[in-house]
Design a protein around this ligand. Structure first.
Ligand SMILES: CC(C)(COP(=O)(O)OP(=O)(O)OC[C@H]1O[C@@H](n2cnc3c(N)ncnc32)[C@H](O)[C@@H]1OP(=O)(O)O)[C@@H](O)C(=O)NCCC(=O)NCCS
Length: 180
């Protein structure tokens, strides 16, 4: 575990080679067993990230997460959050704690660098315990987002990670754009 090296890079700063490596990891991880398409996510268009959290083992990318930063609307109030999406560990390296280690490093990055009060993610029920172990809390079972410019309700587990002493707001969650 200790030999995992983390980098947080803006999406725009990724070299074409690193972008290719990231695309390959994304395809491999999401094609693996246990990731059968969640019906609610079928055909979904996803938001591009602003930042990428990357974990390298001896210079090879083994785990990654996409981090969009967005002003969303919760209970009618505007709130800036860091999204966590596309969490993926290379199938050859899963179940070794790398994903959890990257999530922890991502928490530190969101708090210190992005300086947002909350992280927010959506996930399938199967992966909810993975995030709960890292301190994320389920706050809703649906949210509003946009697809092709139209607002839609998505029924899914919505989890947040408080990064300050601020409490989560009550009310409808509107991502005000594409989901992540
Ligand atoms: C989810 C994922 C990123 C975890 O990465 P990882 O490096 O293996 O994570 P860790 O080793 O820190 O933790 C693994 C734990 O997560 C949980 N977990 C991960 N995927 C799970 C799944 N599909 N179903 C149930 N539990 C799961 C298990 O509790 C597992 O514990 P175990 O190793 O004792 O079995 C990795 O399994 C992956 O890339 N999956 C495919 C893509 C995906 O589904 N991403 C999540 C999108 S919300």
């Amino acid at each position: 575990m200790t030999d995992l090296e983390f980098k947080f890079l803006s999406k725009a700063s990724l070299t074409p080679e690193l972008q290719d490596e990231s695309d390959r990891l994304d395809r491999l991880a999401f094609a693996g067993p246990g990731t059968e398409m969640v019906p609610e996510f079928a055909g979904m268009r996803w938001s591009a990230p602003d930042w990428m959290g990357l974990g390298f083992l001896r210079d090879a990318l083994v785990t990654q997460v996409f981090l969009p930063v967005r002003e969303i609307c919760v209970g009618g109030q505007t709130l800036r959050v860091a999204g966590v999406g596309g969490m993926a560990t290379h199938p050859d390296h899963q179940h070794q704690g790398y994903g959890s280690a990257l999530l922890k490093a991502t928490e530190d990055f969101m708090r210190a660098e992005l300086q947002v009060p909350f992280g927010l993610l959506i996930c399938a029920d199967a992966t909810r315990p993975f995030y709960e172990r890292a301190g994320w809390q389920a706050v809703a079972d649906a949210l509003t987002h946009e697809q092709d410019g139209r607002r839609q309700v998505l029924k899914t587990c919505v989890m947040v990670l408080p990064l300050t002493s601020r409490e989560w707001l009550s009310g409808e969650i509107d991502l005000c754009g594409l989901p992540w």
